[in-house]
Write a protein that binds this ligand. Structure first.
Ligand code: M6R
Length: 578
């Protein structure tokens, strides 16, 4: 949550920063702001709203100067308003700072700073950092003042600070992502790689608990104990086009369509070391959040059923309370971003109890990748929409590769293509659902986690209440909610669960439900109000047919309700707070 960016070099900083902020908008869009150091001192423009709107009204790019910082906010401390937007400056206006994370001891520090005469302009936890540095500057140079301030902070942070003289940028990270992009006599700081891809593909992911200081002639990294760190430069292959919509109205639709290619890439990933870890594991804990958790459920089912493994899927934020990891546990974390705080904390807990760690992530050099013993990269390419689409199907593809020997590489991408061929029929369902208050999904077996994903996508993007149930669970409670006209979306492939799901359809029809089915059963097609017939495939592969259909459904319901599916309210792509 929150996107931060910094630039020092020879270009017009406001333009570089604005472009970076637009790319990083998926990290937060409550407010946006920029601070540029130039001959007038530090000029700050900031306000509540999306970056394009704030920038247009406050004319970000009218600011001259070749060094600066920028921020997209996802509010934690303090409401969404102009004064709480970043950057924040100290009392003197000599320094300004952007922050992503949460300062847990901000209250105590704020009281102390107020007693020393500091005047606060916002309600944020972030603002204390800049005043703390200002306070330290009374007795030391800025570099030491910065380092000493960092030592006092508890919580999570990625910070970039600009100073009035315009000669240096100062940055630090702890439990929040930060990368440095390296150009020729120019350096870029950002929360994520796509923000700098138009300028450089040479990236240094900054390790946790490190400080970076950059001038135009170079940069240095040292850890919190003062030891100098040699930068590990990676060359990313992603094109800067990933941050463009490429003719699609939204990133989400583009990424739904990118799935076929993403899956080819994921399926060519070498998973042999990870496979060995799984084969040797006595107990397996799979840890994830949100959409990635749905992949974990499918993983655990397949591990139990096909590899006869003792495997369990855990919601990451619950892990420390309910799990008991030890040296016999292989903890597998699934995370698109590799930066989800709940997942990282759970995996650290597993590690501290001697579990081995395997990561499935999309982001090279992410925090998750760095703490794991073994990593399988999804190779799905960057995902810009808040909703996880192609990265979820890529997670599934990797899982299938880990479970099934001799998986035919072309079958899965073809299923995606087949599902997408139903786009217009799926679009025509949106007007029938867009005014409903509650929508239920039912499914059985491997289709149930996919139904959970369909319901999550729908609520996340359309703000309608949606729940998924295993068909057999309805009669244990939720059936009381089924009345005339209540929509039920059924996933009914012709696998072993078909006769039972047919019975569930009868039950809800008897109570007047409006039933939409995705199926290849002639009996079910006759029974329901609307059926979209899907092709036949092996029973384990139906998730790849059902998933894109539900993604498209959520997309079109969202659009038909006038919502921007790329930017659903209150959400951020990478959830870096617990
Ligand atoms: O980056 P991660 O896979 O760890 O993210 C986990 C969830 O926050 C994420 O899947 C979220 O549920 C999606 N935005 C849903 O579309």
């Amino acid at each position: 949550m929150c996107g931060i960016i910094g630039y020092i070099g020879f270009r017009k900083a406001s333009e570089v920063i604005l472009q970076g902020l637009k790319t990083l908008e998926y990290r937060g869009y409550d407010s946006a702001g920029i601070a540029i150091s130039n001959e007038k001192g530090i000029e700050i423009r900031k306000g509540a709203g999306k970056v394009a709107d704030v920038s247009n009204s406050l004319l970000f790019t009218s600011l001259n100067g070749k060094i600066g910082i920028g921020h997209n906010r996802w509010a934690t401390h303090g409401k969404v308003c102009d004064k709480n937007a970043h950057p924040h400056s100290d009392c003197s206006g000599n320094i300004a700072l952007v922050h992503n994370g949460v300062i847990e001891n901000y209250f105590v520090l704020k009281e102390e700073l107020i007693s020393k005469g500091h005047k606060f302009k916002s309600e944020t936890d972030s603002e204390i950092i800049v005043h703390l540095i200002e306070e330290n500057c009374k007795s030391m140079w800025l570099e030491n003042a910065f380092v000493e301030a960092i030592e006092k902070l508890q919580g999570s942070y990625a910070i970039v600070l600009v100073e009035k003289s315009g000669q240096k940028l100062f940055a630090a990270r702890k439990n929040s992502p930060l990368i440095v992009g390296i150009g020729k006599q120019e350096y870029f700081f950002a929360s994520d790689i796509p923000a700098v891809l138009s300028y450089t593909k040479k990236i240094v992911p900054i390790e946790d608990e490190c400080i970076v200081i950059a001038s135009r002639s170079g940069f240095k990294i040292f850890n919190f104990t003062g030891t100098k760190i040699k930068p590990k430069i990676i060359k990313v292959k992603w094109s800067s086009k990933v941050a463009e919509k490429g003719g699609f109205p939204h990133f989400m639709l583009k990424e739904i369509y990118e799935q076929k290619l993403a899956l080819y890439n994921s399926l060519s990933t070498n998973v042999s070391k990870a496979k060995k870890m799984i084969v040797n594991a006595k107990n397996i804990h799979i840890i994830a959040c949100g959409t990635s958790y749905h992949a974990s459920i499918i993983f655990s089912i397949l591990l139990e059923k096909h590899l006869k493994k003792n495997a369990k899927a855990f919601i990451a934020s619950e892990y420390r309370t309910i799990a008991n990891p030890d040296k016999d546990v292989l903890a597998i974390a699934i995370s698109q971003s590799g930066e989800t705080a709940d997942t990282l904390q759970a995996i650290r807990f597993a590690k501290s109890n001697n579990a081995k760690l395997l990561a499935l992530t999309n982001v090279v050099g992410s925090s998750l990748a760095r703490i794991s013993n073994e990593i399988v990269y999804l190779n799905a390419g960057p995902e810009m929409s808040i909703a996880a689409t192609k990265t979820f199907s890529s997670q599934l593809a990797i899982i299938y590769k880990l479970i099934f020997e001799n998986l035919e590489q072309k079958t899965i991408p073809k299923l995606i293509e087949s599902a997408l061929s139903h786009e217009q029929k799926i679009k025509s369902l949106a007007p029938k659902l867009k005014k409903k208050n509650d929508i239920f999904f039912i499914a059985r077996g491997l289709s149930y986690p996919i139904a959970m994903e369909g319901a999550l996508k729908l609520k996340e993007l359309s703000y309608l209440h949606a729940e998924a149930y295993p068909g057999g669970e309805l009669k244990h409670g939720p059936l009381s909610l089924i009345r005339s006209g209540v929509p039920i979306i059924v996933l009914a492939p012709d696998d072993e669960s078909l006769p039972k799901i047919y019975g569930n359809i009868k039950e809800v029809k008897a109570r007047g439900a409006f039933v939409i089915a995705f199926t290849n059963s002639a009996e079910i097609i006759k029974e329901v109000d609307i059926a979209i017939s899907i092709e036949k495939t092996q029973s384990e592969l139906y998730p790849f047919l059902m998933l894109p259909i539900l993604q498209l459904l959520a997309y079109y319901v969202s659009v038909s309700r006038g919502i921007d599916p790329d930017r659903p309210r209150n959400l951020a792509k990478s959830v870096t707070v617990e």
